[in-house]
Design a protein around this ligand. Structure first.
Ligand SMILES: Nc1nc2c(ncn2[C@@H]2O[C@H](COP(=O)(O)OP(=O)(O)OP(=O)(O)O)[C@@H](O)[C@H]2O)c(=O)[nH]1
Ligand SMILES: [Mg+2]
Length: 241
């Protein structure tokens, strides 16, 4: 019987993640890994953001789901290029899946590539996909104790987006507690609150993303950087969270 240690798998993933990041950098594409529980509101958030980007960024999406293409169809309706990955049981994307999906996109035409990971607060924490940013989504109906109970995914994220704030009054969710817990684990990560269906809080998130794209390198968002490298940080980033 052959036993492959988890550490070896993570090391192999890291190699592909570094390659992905190098490719994204060379193509001038800023890449964001969106993680969160099933149903936290990840796709709805993307729909709302894309609705407010106008022509300021040229986006594309990789959708990760265990099965089906419901989310990819939603993104396609916005005329945003999208590739669906079906993990067929795996509870997270890995860097090789992303590398395969990227073959279905014209990276050189893009400014922003959003990867919506499989809905999961645990498995997704350990796998660097080659992204420049990881954003974690937490909806108010999930409870305000999640940062304490699932610290790795929050600690390894560059921003927290609290979703479904329109439902707050119907829950005992304490946004101050969540913000304090997040600041303890990831002091530099901004915390946003949105009600994506209503569009509330979305302009701030969209502007933050645009600023991050701009700060990543010399290619102006909207100009789809071509072969101009953005000079992004090629360090291994978020693995092993
Ligand atoms: N009230 C309210 N409902 C929301 C909001 N955002 C999302 N929802 C609802 O929450 C449900 C799940 O939203 P999705 O965006 O599909 O969630 P997801 O995180 O992409 O789900 P998976 O991809 O399956 O993990 C849908 O019924 C949405 O309409 C919001 O801001 N307010
Ligand atoms: Mg989704």
């Amino acid at each position: 019987m052959k036993i492959v240690a988890a550490k070896k798998l993570l090391r192999a993933n890291q190699k592909f993640a570094v390659e992905n990041r190098t490719n994204f950098n060379a193509a001038g594409v800023f890449t964001v890994n969106v993680v969160g529980s099933p149903g936290a509101g990840k796709t709805t958030l993307l729909e709302a953001i894309f609705g407010q980007l106008d022509d300021r960024l040229a986006p594309a999406v990789i959708e990760g789901d265990i099965a089906g293409s419901i989310d990819a169809q939603r993104i396609e309706q916005l005329d945003v290029p999208v590739v669906q990955i079906n993990t067929e049981g795996a509870c997270h994307l890995d860097a090789t899946m992303v590398a395969a999906a990227v073959e279905g996109l014209k990276l050189e035409l893009l400014d922003l590539l959003v990867i919506e990971n499989v809905g999961n607060l645990v498995c997704t924490a350990g796998f660097d996909l080659g992204e420049q940013l990881r954003v974690v989504v937490l909806s108010v109906s999930e409870g305000d104790d999640k940062i304490v109970k699932y610290p790795a995914i929050f600690k390894g994220s560059d921003a927290l987006i609290i979703t479904k704030s329109d439902l707050s009054a119907h829950t005992n969710f304490n946004a101050d507690r969540v913000t304090t817990d997040m600041k303890r684990l990831a002091p530099d990560a901004p915390v946003f609150q949105v009600a994506a269906l209503q569009g509330e809080g979305i302009p701030a998130v969209a502007q933050w993303l645009i600023n991050k794209c701009k700060a990543a390198g010399p290619s102006a968002p909207g100009s789809a950087g071509g072969s101009n490298p953005r000079g992004m940080n090629l360090s291994p980033g978020k693995a092993g969270g």
